[in-house]
Design a protein around this ligand. Structure first.
Ligand SMILES: [Zn+2]
Length: 437
């Protein structure tokens, strides 16, 4: 018997018109469910003077209020332990993840048994779309401690891959696993994929030749969607990059690249994606950049209705050549990290793209944003590769010119450092320093 083309043939190839109908049906249910069972949503809908019965067609969603991380955190503190956004009693909760707390106290994300099973089914769908099969050996190198990315491994295991639950072990140990067991797929962050590849070379292992990894799944940072980063890591490993996207506030990954790798297919039967202009809150047409706003269509323990992610991205509803009909998104950066220089919106991801595309530099970088005479300026620290025959001055000019071309605004300064000066981060990279505050 030939192998099936999709994890879930029916749902993944449902025409867009049918997906819309399903989303409407599920939205009606979840709005009702949230209003009836969550003290927070009852109050917030009442304050906004809107009722679940006001929702008739998909565009009616814009009548409902937004929620965000700050609200989530506040409500959690209000009513320990899970807060009053949750819509089921604690006895129905079987799992809670905790966010990294990188922007404040960690937030918990509760799941019922059904929520958790559905979450794992989505993971299997994403792994399958990325080409992971029973014959693969898969290494899950994400943080297992509290983090929602941990249980994603079950999705790979459920589809039959041989799974190694590595977690965030020291790189020497991970390299040992990669060398001894020759896994074919690894999931990590873009920063760590880069770091690990470089670390391998220092240990005399050429990731492109000596290791069997042919797929690198990444998530947790925008790097996976930055073409230059992708290409640099792919070359280092002789492997293909697959970007996945998810948030602990909802569940693990709910969007991922198929083998065509032109955007991340959203599991639209579970999550409604809106791309909104952050200023007007109006929908942005396909292809335009806006804030990613998400609504869970099934999650019962804690429904998320119109969650403002603070992530900037685009959406594309045209059919993909893989045959899947679900819309594709691309994540381009974080609103918080965006800064404006001479009227131009600058995303750190654009700077990364430039730095990763220049062979004379290592690809490591730190961005400083500062205020000078009431104007925002930026500086970039980069490293010259050890064996470069270029002078620091030549490298400086090349980077500065490339930034000017890509962003439209030249940095105040490019600081050229020696190879290895910038600390190699293992997981979420800290590359953005805002000195304006
Ligand atoms: Zn596709």
């Amino acid at each position: 018997m030939s192998e099936k083309k999709y994890w879930d043939n029916k749902i993944e190839t449902l025409p867009q018109s049918e997906i819309k109908k399903l989303q409407e049906k599920r939205l009606k249910e979840i709005l009702n469910f949230a209003y009836t069972n969550s003290a927070y949503y009852k109050k917030s809908f009442n304050t906004a003077d809107v009722k679940p019965s006001d929702f008739k067609i998909l565009s009616d969603i814009n009548r409902f209020p937004f929620i965000n991380k700050q609200i989530e955190r506040k409500r959690q503190l209000k009513k320990p332990i899970l807060g009053d956004i949750d819509a089921v009693s604690e006895k129905d909760v079987v799992y809670v993840s905790a966010s990294s707390g990188s922007t404040g106290i960690p937030t918990l994300s509760p799941f019922t048994k059904q929520d958790f099973d559905e979450f794992q089914n989505i993971e299997s769908r994403l792994f399958y779309a990325a080409g992971v099969r029973k014959s693969d050996r898969y290494v899950h190198a994400l943080n297992f401690s509290l983090h929602i990315g941990g249980p994603d491994v079950i999705g790979a295991q459920n589809l039959g891959a041989l799974c190694i639950w590595a977690g965030t072990i020291p790189s020497e140990k991970l390299l040992f696993i990669l060398k001894e067991f020759q896994p074919t797929v690894i999931w990590t962050t873009p920063a760590y994929a880069w770091y690990l590849g470089e670390a391998a070379k220092k240990h005399g292992i050429d990731p492109a030749k000596d290791l069997a990894v042919n797929k690198i799944i990444v998530g947790g940072e925008p790097g996976g969607s930055i073409r230059e980063t992708r290409e640099a890591v792919e070359k280092l490993w002789n492997a293909k990059f697959y970007d996945f996207y998810g948030l602990s506030d909802l569940f693990g990954a709910f969007a991922g690249m198929c083998e065509v790798r032109n955007g991340l297919h959203v599991a639209e039967d579970y999550v409604l994606v809106e791309i909104l202009d952050p200023k007007t809150n109006k929908p942005v047409p396909d292809g335009g950049q806006g804030e990613i706003v998400l609504t869970t269509l099934r999650k019962r323990a804690r429904p998320m209705i119109r969650f403002r992610t603070g992530d900037i991205g685009t959406i594309n509803h045209t059919p993909c050549i893989c045959g899947r009909t679900h819309a594709r998104i691309n994540i381009t950066g974080r609103i918080d990290d965006m800064f404006i220089v001479s009227g131009v919106n600058v995303f750190p991801s654009d700077i990364e793209a430039v730095v990763r595309g220049i062979p004379e530099v290592t690809g490591e970088y730190v961005i400083h944003v500062l205020k000078e005479n009431f104007a925002t300026k930026y500086k970039v620290e980069i490293e010259k590769v050890a064996n470069s025959d270029k002078t620091d001055e030549q490298v400086k000019t090349k980077v500065s010119d490339a930034l000017k071309i890509r962003l439209g605004v030249r940095p105040k300064e490019v600081i050229v450092l020696r190879d290895g000066t910038i600390p190699r981060t293992t997981h979420k990279a800290k590359r953005f320093i805002d000195e304006r505050k």
